[in-house]
Design a protein around this ligand. Structure first.
Ligand SMILES: *Cc1c(COP(=O)(O)O)cnc(C)c1O
Length: 228
């Protein structure tokens, strides 16, 4: 299925009042579909798989901003470090340190979001609130309990995925929970910690996400059709 341009303009209108940023999730979709979206004005695309992202990045226009939204293994950071615009799913200290190391090697600060586990499913990734707070305390507070300086990391905010359910009240309460955490961590602003992005919401729940404070949504199937 090609890029659904009418859906795109409809979603853009819905996001406009709250200035919410749209990431078009193009995983598993061919380059032709991405180019259709590009020609309609989309510049921010989200991908979940490292090899697929590398192939697309090398073949497609260089002014595309690539977002890595999947679960990232530490040993693969090096492949995307030279060009990735934002890594949404930083879900472990090990991964954070590796991103910093690869940023240093490539001489660029890498933008990241810390992923918070808000859903009921254990299979979803992310820090719980306590782990998030101790990580921030350790590396990003004014008196870090660690002298490793993450000079090649730029934390821009948080990302979360709600439970897959038809019960909107569950989804809303999870989004609201993440918004409250997002508001709380504002006290930690620093040179490499500027939490301004709250990435939450996908095709099925982006309206609920915006209502609860999201300012970045990641939408795939509504723009490109269902994936196999
Ligand atoms: C695939 C994916 C999306 C997009 O999902 P749709 O339901 O197709 O909109 C958003 N976020 C993440 C993390 C994903 O893996």
């Amino acid at each position: 299925m090609p890029f659904l341009i009418e859906e795109y303009f409809k979603i853009k209108q819905e996001l406009n009042p709250s200035q919410t940023q749209l990431i078009a999730v193009s995983k598993t979709k061919p380059n032709e579909d991405i180019l259709e979206a590009y020609n309609a004005g989309v510049r921010d695309f989200g991908e979940n798989y490292v090899q697929e992202l590398i192939d697309k990045q090398s073949a497609l226009p260089k002014d595309i901003h690539w977002h890595f939204i999947g679960h990232l293994q530490s040993n693969k950071v090096k492949y995307i470090a030279p060009f990735v615009n934002l890594i949404h799913g930083v879900d472990s200290e090990k991964l954070l340190l590796e991103i910093n190391k690869q940023g240093q090697k490539k001489g660029r600060k890498i933008n990241c979001l810390l992923q918070v586990h808000i859903a009921k499913e254990e299979s979803k990734f992310g820090f719980n609130e306590e782990e998030l707070n101790s990580l921030i305390q350790k590396y990003f507070s004014s008196s870090p309990s660690n002298n490793i300086k993450l000079d090649f990391i730029n934390i821009q905010g948080l990302m979360g995925m709600a439970t897959f359910t038809h019960d909107n009240s569950v989804i809303e309460s999870e989004f609201l929970y993440l918004k409250v955490i997002f508001d709380k961590i504002q006290t930690f602003k620093g040179s490499n910690f500027n939490p301004v992005i709250l990435s939450m919401g996908m095709s099925s729940d982006y309206l609920l996400a915006i209502k609860n404070g999201s300012n970045m949504v990641r939408i795939g199937s509504m723009l490109f059709g269902n994936r196999n």
